[in-house]
Design a protein around this ligand. Structure first.
Ligand SMILES: [Zn+2]
Length: 286
């Protein structure tokens, strides 16, 4: 807020609201120099040129005044998101993976290709509903190939895409606990993950799966769910395994308006023997 110049103000009576409050406090026996105990001065706000007013202080449930970081939360989330994007995008191994070079040998792979291509082609519609996609299957069944193909199309449509492992998310959040490393808070990092147009979380279920890890992943999934942001989950676990790992609350959020794909054919990395030929699209509207 611009401070009016003295000359502009000279005909107006000066109002010292602070002085009046100080007098009152002094009469009640408070230290009048302790501005922080004046609850009428909180929350205090600052102005972001792009996002408007944001609070820099609050009065908590015990009437104590808490100061927040004097940085616009939306700007901070955008910056965190940019930092994530620097390390982002599609792993080198899958850079050349598109829908056109996905090899279909069994009917299940055709179903998988159709569902993923539809997800990418109609991404705007899926994004509006926050539709997620959970892809489960053994290593080498082409989950990453199709996820990268989706990423290419969604990126080309001008959306931001971030592909990370579940471990990356957990590690990035925990990094904020160490003082002096980076300058993002835990919430800023979570919001950073929540900002991305399409978040692809790979290797869900590969880490130990402690309650703490589950909480971090839930926070990211829940933030995105509330903002109607689509998330793509890749896992070598069974569908039940993913649900167990993420917890039912996070899993329900992913399944609402979303789809589950089970890649249950044999790994192409182990040759071309196919045990099964179905891709089950088990739930959802996809
Ligand atoms: Zn801002």
């Amino acid at each position: 807020m611009a401070i009016p110049k003295k000359s502009e103000n000279k005909h107006q009576p000066l109002v010292h609201t602070g002085d009046a409050a100080r007098d009152l406090l002094a009469r009640w026996g408070f230290d009048p120099n302790n501005v922080a105990i004046l609850p009428d001065r909180h929350p205090q706000y600052r102005e972001c040129a792009r996002h408007g007013r944001y609070p820099i202080s609050m009065v908590d449930e015990r009437d104590a005044i808490r100061y927040m970081s004097p940085v616009c939360p939306v700007c901070a989330a955008e910056q965190a998101s940019r930092r994530l994007m620097e390390s982002a995008a599609i792993p080198k191994r899958y850079v050349d993976c598109g829908f056109d070079n996905y090899v279909v040998d069994v009917p299940g792979q055709q179903t998988a290709l159709n569902v993923c291509r539809d997800y990418a082609d109609y991404f705007e519609e899926h994004a509006r509903k926050g539709s997620c996609l959970v892809i489960c299957g053994n290593p080498g069944t082409g989950k990453n190939h199709l996820a990268s193909a989706i990423a290419h199309v969604v990126l080309a449509k001008g959306h931001s895409v971030l592909q990370v492992t579940a471990y990356d998310i957990i590690a990035r959040i925990r990094q904020t606990w160490q003082r002096g490393i980076g300058n993002s808070t835990e919430l800023e990092v979570i919001r950073g993950f929540a900002e991305v147009g399409l978040l692809i979380i790979d290797e869900v279920g590969k880490t130990f799966g402690s309650d703490g890890e589950r909480v971090h992943l839930f926070e990211v999934i829940d933030h995105r769910y509330r903002d109607l942001k689509p998330t793509l989950i890749l896992s070598n676990e069974s569908i039940g395994g993913v649900e167990k790992y993420l917890g039912p609350a996070a899993f329900d959020r992913l399944c609402q308006n979303g789809g589950l794909l089970l890649f249950d054919w044999q790994s192409h990395r182990r040759g071309r023997e196919y045990k099964s030929d179905t891709a089950a699209c088990l739930r959802g509207e996809l």
